[in-house]
Design a protein around this ligand. Structure first.
Ligand code: S3P
Ligand code: PEP
Length: 430
C-alpha cells in the first residue's frame, strides 16, 4: 500500500496507542502464569506473534470484541513442545523472548520470521543458552540468524552476554529464568544499550509477583518463582514511541495545538521524546497526572541527542532534525542498525531523497536541517513501521506530494496510524 501525503496542518486530540513493549511482556508473563486479563493491549501484527507463541506453548489467548481486553490462559511455567513452527513474523521482541521460553522444555521449538527478522542477530542469545546454560540453541544456517531450533530443558545458571546488541536477550533470560530451578545470573560483557527496556521488564515482572533485579555487573532472577498478577489483571500504558510521531506532527504541523492522551509516565525510555522536542525549542507541555501532552507548532533548532537508551526514537528525531534549523547530531546509534532495517542508513537515504542534507557515520547521524529544503518525493518505507511513520510526518511539512511506499507495515505497532493522521486533518490519501 502506498500512502500519499501533502503539506497540511493537524489539530484536535489523538489517543496514544497502547505500548507494544508492555503488551508483549504482559502476554508472555500471563503465559508463564496460569493466566491473566490484559487490559488495554496493543493488538498489532507484532503482539499477535507473541499471542501465537503463548498458544503454541499450551496457553490460549482470547480477544474481547472491542479489543479492550485479552483473556490469556497460561501454561503455568511449563511450556509444551509446540506442535508446529512458531512464526514470529516481523517481531524481534517475540523471537528473543520466546527463544528463552523454548530453552525451558526438553522438546525442540522451531522459530522463524519474515525476511527482515531472519536477518537480525540472535547469536549472543543462542550462545548463552547453549554454551552457558547447557541447552540446545542453533541457527539452521549457522549464521546466528533465524530459523532457530531451541530446546534442552535448561535449569538455570550463569550467563555472560554482550549488552550492546539487544537488551531483549536480557529480558528473555530474566522472564524465563524465574521459572527455572536455579534462576539465572546475567553478566554483561559490554555496556548495556536500550537499558530502559530492561526496566520495563522489571516493572512487568514485579506486577506479576516475580522478583528480579539489577546487580553490579548485570541482572539476576532467582528460580522457582510463580507468575501471578495482582487480582489476575494487568493494565498496559500508552506507547511513547508511537507518541513520538504524534508529538512531531504537533510541533511541525499543528494549526493551533495538538493534544495527545493516554500519555502517563512509566519505565519507557522513549518518554525522552518530550525532553528532546523541548530542547529543540518545541512548545510542548506534559501533564503527567492527567496523561496529556499538548504540542503547538514551533520553530525548531538542531540539537545533539544520544539514542543509546532510546533506539526507536532515531527515525522521529531524524525527521525533526530535517525540519529544524541548524545541525542535529544523533549519537550512539550503532545498535539502531540491527532493527527491522538498518534505520540509520534508511533515514539518511530517504531524507536525502526529500532534499535534506544528511551525513551518516557508523555510530552517528548528522542532519543539517531546514524546513525550506524538504521536497515531496516517493520514498521507500523499507517495510519498517518506524521509517514509514517518520517519513509520513516529514511529508506533512515537505513542499509538494510525498508518497510513502509499503505503508501497510504500520500494522506492526500503530495499525490505525494513517486514520489517526487523517482524523487530525492531515491531507492523507490511503
Ligand atoms: O524489549 C523491547 O520491547 C524492545 C527493545 C528495543 O530493542 P533492543 O533491545 O534490541 O535495542 C527496542 O528497539 C524494541 O523496539 C523493543
Ligand atoms: C525494533 C522494534 O521492535 P522489535 O525488536 O520487536 O522487532 C521496534 O518496534 O522498533
Amino acid at each position: 500500500m502506498n500512502v500519499r501525503l501533502s503539506q497540511s496542518t493537524v489539530r484536535g486530540t489523538a489517543q496514544a496507542p497502547p505500548s507494544k513493549s508492555y503488551t508483549h511482556r504482559a502476554i508472555l508473563a500471563a503465559g508463564y502464569a496460569d493466566g491473566a486479563l490484559v487490559h488495554d493491549p496493543l493488538v498489532s501484527a507484532d503482539t499477535k506473534a507473541t499471542m501465537r507463541a503463548v498458544t503454541a506453548y499450551g496457553g490460549s489467548v482470547g480477544l474481547r470484541d472491542d479489543e479492550s481486553v485479552l483473556d490469556v490462559a497460561g501454561f503455568g511455567g511449563q511450556p509444551e513442545t509446540p506442535g508446529d513452527v512458531i512464526d514470529c513474523a516481523n517481531s524481534g521482541t517475540t523471537m528473543r523472548l520466546v527463544t528463552a521460553t523454548a530453552a525451558l522444555q526438553d522438546g525442540l521449538t522451531v522459530l522463524t520470521g519474515d525476511d527482515s527478522l531472519r536477518s537480525r542477530p540472535q547469536g549472543p542469545l543462542l550462545d548463552a543458552i547453549e554454551d552457558d546454560l547447557g541447552g540446545r540453541a542453533e541457527s539452521t544456517r549457522s549464521n546466528g540468524q533465524a530459523p532457530l531450533v531451541v530446546g534442552g530443558g535448561v535449569t538455570g545458571g550463569d550467563v555472560s552476554i554482550p549488552g550492546d546488541v539487544s537488551s531483549q536477550y536480557i529480558t528473555a533470560l530474566l522472564m524465563a529464568g524465574a521459572v527455572t530451578d536455579e534462576g539465572i545470573d546475567v553478566y554483561l560483557e559490554t555496556e548495556l544499550k536500550s537499558a530502559p527496556y530492561v526496566d520495563i521488564t522489571l516493572e512487568v515482572l514485579d506486577a506479576f509477583g516475580v522478583e528480579a533485579e539489577q546487580t553490579a555487573d548485570g541482572f539476576t532472577v532467582s528460580g522457582g518463582q510463580h507468575y501471578e498478577p495482582v487480582d489476575g489483571e494487568y493494565h498496559v500504558p500508552g506507547d511513547f514511541s508511537s507518541i513520538s510521531y504524534l508529538l512531531a506532527a504537533g510541533v511541525l504541523a499543528a494549526e493551533d495545538e495538538l493534544t495527545i492522551t493516554s500519555a502517563y509516565p512509566s519505565a519507557q525510555g522513549d518518554t525522552a521524546i518530550v525532553d528532546v522536542v523541548d530542547r529543540m525549542g518545541g512548545d510542548v507541555d506534559w501533564n503527567q497526572d492527567d496523561g496529556v501532552i499538548t504540542a503547538r507548532r514551533s520553530d525548531l533548532t538542531g540539537v545533539e541527542v544520544s539514542v543509546a537508551d532510546t533506539p526507536d526514537l532515531l527515525p522521529t528525531i531524524a525527521t525533526l532534525g530535517a525540519v529544524a534549523d541548524g545541525t542535529t547530531r544523533i549519537v550512539d546509534c550503532e545498535h539502531v542498525r540491527y532493527k527491522e532495517t538498518d534505520r540509520v542508513s534508511a533515514m539518511a537515504e530517504e531524507l536525502t531523497a526529500m532534499g535534506a542534507s544528511v551525513d551518516e557515520a557508523q555510530d552517528t547521524l548528522t542532519i543539517h536541517g531546514s524546513a525550506s529544503d524538504l521536497q515531496g518525493a516517493t520514498v521507500d518505507g523499507r517495510a519498517d513501521h518506524r521509517i514509514i511513520m517518520s517519513l509520513a510526518i516529514a511529508g506533512l511539512v515537505a513542499d509538494g506530494e510525498t508518497t510513502v511506499e509499503g505503508a501497510e507495515h504500520v500494522d506492526v505497532s500503530f495499525p490505525n496510524f494513517f486514520d489517526v493522521l487523517y482524523d487530525l486533518g492531515a491531507t492523507v490519501d490511503r
